[in-house]
Design a protein around this ligand. Structure first.
Ligand code: SAM
Length: 342
């Protein structure tokens, strides 16, 4: 039988010494045998955590309107390609198709779902406009109009930088008494936080943005994620890192690598250094792309069909509830939407 990931990591640390947090997180989430996403961890009501597309079809319906407006401003090209990175089980693509916007109706929309996890790719929808890839294939995606990522960047490997007086240290993962623990690793520039504090360092997420911009110079890059300033993260006293299994928050994120999702609130400051062309809260983005009109239509359908309790009426009522969740400033509404090349 294959050696469990936790045992392999312990053996590696015994042999080589402490490893960077990013190495631990990369293995915990994406190890080819035991990674959380490799063995089937996923978003969704029956999954491990809920994301905006998984709240219901409303998020995809708003994204469909955004796509239509971007397609219109590009002069309604014959083909309009959206590459969605970290597509998970493909729920956003499914709901955008169901919304049947103008770009789709004109036969122009080509939606490419990029998802490294084979278990999740198996759940992807299929159809003339939909393409599912493990990673971007250059021959396939010769022209890209929009690069889209919802809750991808918070799931890329990160490091942790701590402040020790006037020094900064990068934390490593070591083993003590059989348990994984954090220890001080190499020196680094001191982060601008209080002594004893610690914040994430997100080299992989920053490199991802830089790589997309270099690869698709003309594309609009749109990322949705939870973010806060370094100062706010520092005030959260480590509460910026969370681990989940089956919708339950897990206390010790180091205890069971591969069995839990590990995610962080991203430091907004690092993305601002990359000069985004637009920064706004998710609630504002959804409002600027017509969520209120969709909710109004939902309300009207509910009032028209409530007595009969027909499906359109129930869907209409559900829209009202979904909008509350998507616009909640303490939840999805408080996420950031950053765009480059807009
Ligand atoms: C939190 S899930 C988000 C899923 C989906 N976007 C949603 O909102 O429900 C993050 C997904 O990103 C995928 N992922 C991880 N690294 C990736 C990469 N380098 N490129 C594309 N997808 C990646 C993971 O396998 C996982 O399915």
């Amino acid at each position: 039988m294959a050696v469990p990931l936790a045992d392999r990591l312990r053996a590696r640390i015994d042999a080589e010494g402490p490893i960077p947090v990013s190495t631990f997180v990369e293995a915990a989430l994406y190890d080819e045998h035991d990674g959380f996403y490799v063995v089937g961890g996923r978003a969704g009501r029956r999954g491990d955590f809920l994301t905006a597309p998984e709240v219901g079809p409303l998020f995809g319906a708003v994204i469909s309107r955004a796509i239509d407006s971007w397609w219109e401003s590009a002069g309604r090209p014959e083909t309009f390609t959206v590459v969605e990175h970290g597509a998970g089980p493909g729920t956003l693509a499914r709901t955008v198709m169901a919304a049947a916007g103008a770009c789709l109706a004109a036969g122009a929309l080509r939606w490419v779902m990029v998802e490294p996890s084979a278990a999740q790719r198996e759940a992807h929808p299929s159809g003339a406009h939909l393409h599912s890839l493990a990673q971007v294939d250059d021959e396939f995606v010769e022209r890209v109009d929009v690069v889209f990522a919802n809750e991808l960047l918070d799931n890329l490997p990160f490091d942790i930088v701590a402040r020790r007086g006037d020094r900064g240290v990068v934390l490593d993962v070591d083993v003590e008494g059989g348990q994984f623990v954090l220890v001080d690793g190499p020196d680094t520039a001191p982060p601008p936080i209080a002594d004893g504090g610690a914040v994430p360092r997100i080299d992989a997420a920053v490199s991802w943005i830089v790589a997309q911009r270099a690869r698709y110079a003309d594309a609009r890059i749109v990322v949705f994620d939870y973010m806060a300033t370094i100062e706010e993260l520092d005030n959260r006293k480590g509460g910026w890192l969370r681990a989940f299994r089956d919708h339950e928050q897990v206390d010790d994120w180091l205890a069971d690598p591969g069995r839990v999702d590990i995610t962080i609130d991203l430091p907004l400051d690092e993305f601002l250094l990359l000069g985004p062309s637009s920064v706004c809260l998710q609630a504002d983005f959804l409002q600027s792309h017509g969520i209120e009109q969709l909710v109004e239509q939902g309300r009207a359908a509910w009032h028209a069909g409530a007595a009969a309790g027909d499906l359109a009426a129930l869907r209409g009522r559900s829209r009202v509830r979904e909008a509350e969740a998507l616009l909640d400033p303490a939840g999805f509404g408080g996420f950031f939407v950053l765009e480059w090349g807009a």
